[in-house]
Design a protein around this ligand. Structure first.
Ligand code: MSP
Length: 594
C-alpha cells in the first residue's frame, strides 16, 4: 500500500550564478519589463471585437484518449458553438502534445519510432473528437514544423530580452508530470516491493533526484506583475476557487524555472536554438501551441488578443503561473480567461491509465449516442468539484431528461392525432388572453414568463462556464411545458368545435414555441438532437441563431414567421430510451460477434 507522510525533503534551490553576476543589469531589465507588462504589444480591445478564440489543452499521446479528455474537448466545443450562435467569428483549437520524456519512453516501450507512435495516438484523439462532433477549426500537433518555428521564435524573444540564463539545477523530478518539485510538494512512500521512494504529494507519481545544467527562465521576476494582473482581472481564472488557489500559491516566492533538459537524456523535443546539447522543456514547448494556432510569430494579433483556455485543475499551475509569466516576458497579451474544470473519477479515483480505471469514450458513445454522451458530460460535470462516473447514473439522466421529458414533449405535440395537418398551428389571442381568464391558468403565465427569460438565464450560465446550470434551467422549463400540456389535456378537445380547435391549436403553438427555444438553446450541447428537433418543427438552418429566438411573438400581437408552416420530416423519436446493460458486457459480446 502506498502512503504519503509529509516529510522534509532535501531540495537544493537553483544556482542563480548568472543572476549574481548581472544584478545591476537585471534591475534595469525589471524596470524595462514593467513597461512591457503594462503595455503588451498587439493588445486590442477584446470587448468591442466579435472574434473569439477557445482552446483545449493539447493531449499527451502516451496513452489512448479517455472520458476525462473528451470532457475538456466537449466543454470547449460547447463554448465555440455558443459563440457562433451569438454571431462571433470563433476559432477553436485542440490537438496533441507529442514531445517529452514520457512520450519518448512510451514509444520505446511500444517498440516504435517516436513520430510513428505519436501519429498513431494523435489520430486516435482526432478520431474521437470528429466522431463526438467536436467542431475544432485547427488540430495542432507539436511535431509540426509551424509549431517548431513558433517555439524557437518565442525562445529567441525571451533570450534576447535577457530572461533566459544557463544555470545548474538539482532537485526531485517527476517524469510523469514533467516537472521539478519544491520540497513542500515531496513525500515518502513505499513501492510495490516495500522499498522507500519519494513521490509527488499532488499526483502520487514517483520522483527521481536529478542534477543537470540547463537553461533557466527568470520566473521570479514576474511574481509581482502576475499578481497585479490577477488583482486587476479577478475573473481571469474561473471558477473563483481556482483564482483564489493561484493567489495563495503566489504568497510564496517564485523560483526561476528550468526550461531545458540535456539532449543526451531527452532527444524527443525541440532543440534549444544555438545549443544542440539542450532540448526545450516540454511545457514551454506545449504552451506555445496556443500561439502557433493564432498565427505566431507572423500574424497572431487578431486571435491572440481574444484567447480563452479550458484546462483541467491538474494543469492550473502551468497555465495560470508559468504561461502568463512567459507571455509577460515576451511582451504579449495575456489570455482573457482560464476556465478550469475538475476531474471525472471512477470509484472516487481520478480516471487515469496508471490507476487502471479509464472509461473508453467511444464505447460509451456507441451506447449513449454522441449527443447522449455530450449531454451527460455537460449536465453532470461541475467545474468546481470532481464528479464520479457511473453508467447507471448516465442512463437514468438521459432517459429522464432527453427521452421522456424533451422527446416526449415533441412526440406528443407532433403526433398526427393532435396535429393531423402536420403544421405549426396558429396562436389565438382570444384563447390565450394577456390577462388571466378563460381556460388559461396562473401556472401557464408563469411558464411563459420562465421561457421568455430562459435565453438570458442560459446565456449567463454559458458565459460563466456553468453549462450544467444552463441545462438545469432548460430542463425545468421543459418540465413546465409538459405540465402545461398535461394540465389542458388537448387530446380530449374536439376539433369539430371551433372554439376547441382554436384552443387546441394555441396549446400546440405555445408548446412548439417553447420547443423551438429549447432546441435553439441546446445547440451548443447536443447539436444532432437540436437539429432533429428544429428540423421537425420546420425551423430552417438560418433561423436558429440567438438573434432568431424571439419567443412567442403572436402573444405580443406580432407576426410569427412559423405560423401555418408545414412541419418537417418525422425522423423518429428524438432520443431512444436506454436499457441498463453493463458496457463491459456489451463490449465482450460485440467482440465475440466479430
Ligand atoms: N499535455 C498536457 C497539457 C498541455 S496544454 C499546453 C496534459 N495533457 S493530458 O492529456 O494529461 O491532459 C489533458 C487534459 O485532460 C487536461 O485538462 C486534464 O485535466 C484533462 N483530464 C485528464 N484526466 C481527466 C479526468 N479524469 N477528468 C477530467 N479531465 C481530465 O496535461
Amino acid at each position: 500500500m502506498v502512503c504519503y507522510p509529509v516529510m522534509r525533503a532535501t531540495f537544493l534551490a537553483v544556482t542563480r550564478n548568472c543572476w549574481a553576476v548581472h544584478s545591476p543589469f537585471i534591475s534595469t531589465l525589471l524596470r524595462h519589463q514593467r513597461i512591457l507588462v503594462l503595455r503588451p504589444s498587439g493588445a486590442r480591445s477584446a470587448k468591442t471585437d466579435r472574434s473569439y478564440y477557445i482552446t483545449t489543452p493539447i493531449f499527451y499521446v502516451n496513452a489512448s484518449p479517455h472520458l476525462g479528455h473528451l470532457y475538456s474537448a466537449v466543454m470547449a466545443d460547447c463554448f465555440h458553438r455558443y459563440k457562433l450562435l451569438r454571431g462571433y467569428k470563433s476559432k477553436f483549437a485542440t490537438g496533441t502534445d507529442e514531445h517529452g520524456l514520457k512520450i519518448q519512453l512510451a514509444a520505446e516501450a511500444a517498440g516504435k519510432d517516436p513520430l510513428t507512435f505519436c501519429t498513431d495516438v494523435s489520430e486516435r484523439f482526432r478520431h474521437l473528437f470528429s466522431s463526438s462532433n467536436i467542431s475544432f477549426t485547427d488540430y495542432i500537433r507539436t511535431t509540426e514544423q509551424r509549431h517548431h518555428r513558433a517555439v524557437k521564435h518565442f525562445w529567441s524573444v525571451l533570450m534576447n530580452k535577457g530572461l533566459i540564463y544557463k544555470g545548474s539545477y538539482e532537485g526531485w523530478y517527476s517524469t510523469q508530470d514533467e516537472s521539478f518539485l519544491a520540497s513542500s510538494q515531496v513525500g515518502d512512500a513505499l513501492d510495490s516491493s516495500g522499498k522507500k521512494i519519494k513521490v509527488s504529494l499532488e499526483s502520487g507519481h514517483e520522483l527521481e533526484w536529478m542534477r543537470e545544467e540547463n537553461y533557466m527562465f527568470r520566473l521570479s521576476m514576474f511574481r509581482s506583475p502576475l499578481l497585479d494582473w490577477l488583482r486587476e482581472n479577478p475573473r481571469a481564472i474561473q471558477p473563483d476557487r481556482f483564482y483564489q488557489a493561484v493567489l495563495q500559491w503566489l504568497q510564496d516566492d517564485l523560483p526561476d524555472l528550468s526550461i531545458s533538459r540535456q539532449r543526451k537524456r531527452l532527444q524527443w523535443g525541440i532543440p534549444v536554438p544555438g545549443d544542440a546539447e539542450q532540448t526545450i522543456y516540454v511545457w514551454l514547448d506545449a504552451l506555445v501551441n496556443y500561439l502557433t494556432v493564432a498565427g505566431y510569430p507572423d500574424k497572431h494579433d487578431q486571435w491572440w488578443s481574444v484567447a480563452h483556455h479550458i484546462v483541467g485543475k491538474d494543469i492550473l499551475k502551468f497555465h495560470a503561473i508559468y504561461w502568463p509569466c512567459f507571455l509577460l516576458g515576451a511582451g504579449l497579451p495575456l489570455p482573457q480567461t482560464i476556465h478550469v474544470h475538475s476531474h471525472w473519477t471512477v470509484g472516487g479515483k481520478k480516471m487515469s491509465k496508471s490507476v487502471g480505471n479509464v472509461v473508453d469514450p467511444l464505447e460509451c458513445s456507441r451506447f449513449f449516442t454522441t449527443d447522449g454522451m455530450r449531454y451527460f458530460l455537460l449536465r453532470q460535470g461541475v467545474p468546481d468539484s470532481d464528479c464520479d462516473y457511473t453508467e447507471d447514473r448516465a442512463i437514468k439522466l438521459l432517459n429522464a431528461e432527453l427521452a421522456d421529458s424533451l422527446g416526449g414533449l415533441l412526440n406528443r405535440c407532433t403526433a398526427p392525432g393532435l396535429n393531423p395537418a402536420q403544421i405549426y398551428p396558429s396562436f389565438c389571442p382570444e384563447s390565450f388572453p394577456s390577462q388571466p381568464g378563460g381556460r388559461v391558468k396562473m401556472e401557464d403565465y408563469h411558464m411563459l414568463d420562465a421561457v421568455k427569460h430562459l435565453p438570458s438565464v442560459v446565456e449567463q450560465h454559458y458565459k460563466n462556464m456553468h453549462v450544467f446550470k444552463a441545462l438545469e434551467a432548460i430542463g425545468t422549463c421543459v418540465r413546465q411545458t409538459n405540465g402545461f400540456v398535461q394540465r389542458h389535456t388537448p387530446w380530449k378537445l374536439d376539433r369539430r368545435i371551433s372554439k376547441d380547435q382554436r384552443w387546441l391549436d394555441t396549446i400546440i403553438h405555445v408548446s412548439f414555441e417553447c420547443l423551438r427555444i429549447y432546441g435553439t438553446l441546446l445547440q451548443p450541447v447536443v447539436p444532432e438532437i437540436s437539429d432533429k428537433l428544429l428540423s421537425r418543427l420546420g425551423v430552417q438552418p438560418d433561423e436558429r441563431s440567438w438573434s432568431h429566438i424571439n419567443f412567442l411573438p403572436s402573444y405580443q400581437g406580432m407576426d410569427c414567421p412559423f405560423e401555418g408552416r408545414s412541419l418537417g420530416f418525422d425522423s423518429g423519436v428524438l432520443f431512444s430510451r436506454l436499457e441498463g446493460q453493463n458496457v463491459n458486457q456489451r463490449t465482450a459480446k460485440s467482440k465475440k460477434l466479430h
